[in-house]
Write a protein that binds this ligand. Structure first.
Ligand SMILES: Cc1cc2nc3c(=O)[nH]c(=O)nc-3n(C[C@H](O)[C@H](O)[C@H](O)COP(=O)(O)OP(=O)(O)OC[C@H]3O[C@@H](n4cnc5c(N)ncnc54)[C@H](O)[C@@H]3O)c2cc1C
Length: 380
């Protein structure tokens, strides 16, 4: 009998996982003993970090997309449809077209998306660079923004790529300077807790640099409402801030499927931090942004987790005890302007130290962005 592995989600986590499984279990798949099926609601794979550059006119949304059929190993059976239910007792998933697929092992990597509508007025009054439409609209706004108050407000946490809000203000500062518009633009960065970033060492590194660049910082700033007509953000702390251009990191949610399947609350799945196995269902793994683990919602996390999940599933298929464990490894580049960057690397519970920004690290980030497609193929 064929042992079936179903992967849900064709983003970073799901694509890397399916390709790793195809490689690790190639002989079993070729012998018809194992099948790997990837079910996803989009025929294209999207590399979301590109959206940051789209806002500044450095990349196009099309650069972020490639057909999954080009990225997946031929041994992976691709199904393009939305998964609407998981029956963990019967060990099967249901697609939107009503078709059911049975599984022996299920891995879910359905990611995160933004829900600006959760904060009153934010959708109408704010902009963001977290999806294709958002970043295209922001690009047009930035291109014509000649003077006034640009506010970058981190409204929702957790959010994808904890470095991106800092990257945005550093890049905006540099971009506007290079275009001779910076003198007429005030920039403010707001963060919900009492420092500039969730990780203490990043906050300590960023605060003096923001100051040097004349970027004002407001902490304990939890935006609760935006008045698009008056162009004012109100906070839970009782303060108000006027803006001319509001760039927000909107509230995020995981996919409905996670809650509907009883795997977690608010779209984030309860998993073991090291094995990524669901705490609520047998033979179910959740990885990437959908997994509620104590590290960043980052592509590097999804990538490293995919390696662990592939190893654990392959061991189980072969009747061996799985030993691979995820240690929280997270690696992120942080752009500090249009042509300089630094990076962080840390595991669970560690505070990263940041090297001085350099052009070399910036070029390393751009090179990684280009070679990402090899990562998705499971080759890097
Ligand atoms: C602006 C921006 C900049 C970023 N920069 C960086 C960076 O520099 N470095 C970094 O490491 N990370 C970065 N990230 C974060 C990174 O993109 C995500 O952490 C990563 O994509 C998570 O991978 P994932 O597989 O969990 O989810 P995703 O890549 O979002 O993939 C989810 C997939 O699941 C599919 N799907 C969802 N629901 C269903 C369903 N019910 N049925 C079937 N399919 C479904 C979706 O269509 C999608 O294909 C950035 C993100 C953004 C938005």
């Amino acid at each position: 009998m064929t042992e079936t592995i179903v992967v849900v989600g064709g983003g970073t986590g799901g694509t890397v996982l399916a390709n790793r499984l195809a490689e690790d279990l190639a002989s079993e798949i070729d012998a018809g003993e194992v099948a790997v099926k990837l079910v996803t609601d989009d025929p294209n794979h999207t590399y979301k970090p590109t959206f940051l550059y789209v806002a500044f006119g450095e990349r196009e949304v099309a650069d972020a997309r490639r057909p999954l059929s080009e990225l997946l190993d031929d041994r992976v059976d691709l199904h393009v449809d939305r998964v609407v239910d998981v029956d963990a007792e019967a060990k099967r998933i249901e697609r939107r077209d009503g078709k059911r697929l049975g599984y022996d092992h299920l891995a879910i990597a359905t990611g995160a998306s933004v829900v600006p509508e959760e904060t009153p007025g934010l959708k109408e009054g704010g902009h963001h660079f977290y999806n294709p439409d958002g970043t295209e609209t922001l690009r047009a706004e930035l291109a014509s923004f000649e003077e006034g108050h640009l506010v970058l407000s981190v409204v929702g946490t957790p959010h994808m790529c904890p470095a991106a809000p800092l990257e945005f203000v550093f890049m905006a500062d540099d971009w506007l300077r290079k275009q001779g518009r910076r003198e007429d633009v005030d920039i403010t960065y707001t963060y919900p807790i009492g420092r500039a970033h969730g990780l203490e060492s990043i906050a300590e590194w960023a605060t003096p640099r923001l100051d040097d660049r004349d970027i004002a910082v407001e902490t304990f700033f939890n935006a609760t409402e935006v008045d698009p007509d008056e162009q004012v953000v109100s906070t839970a702390e009782g303060t108000e801030m006027e803006y001319d251009l509001l760039v927000a990191i909107p509230p995020h949610t995981g996919d409905d499927l996670i809650s509907a399947a009883g795997l977690g609350d608010d779209g984030w799945a309860d998993v073991d931090n090291h094995t990524l196995e669901s705490e609520r269902a047998d033979d179910v793994y959740v990885l990437g942004d959908s997994a509620d683990v104590p590290t960043s919602k980052a592509g590097s996390v999804a990538h490293f987790e995919a390696g662990v999940v592939a190893d654990r599933i392959a061991s189980r298929v072969r009747g061996r005890t799985p030993t691979a464990r995820y240690d929280g490894k997270t690696v992120c580049f942080i752009e500090t302007g249009m042509d300089e960057a630094t990076f962080v690397k840390f595991n669970y519970g560690e505070q990263p130290s940041l090297p001085d920004p350099s052009r070399f690290i910036h070029w390393a980030k751009l090179s990684y962005n280009e070679s990402y497609w090899l990562t998705a193929k499971g080759l890097l």
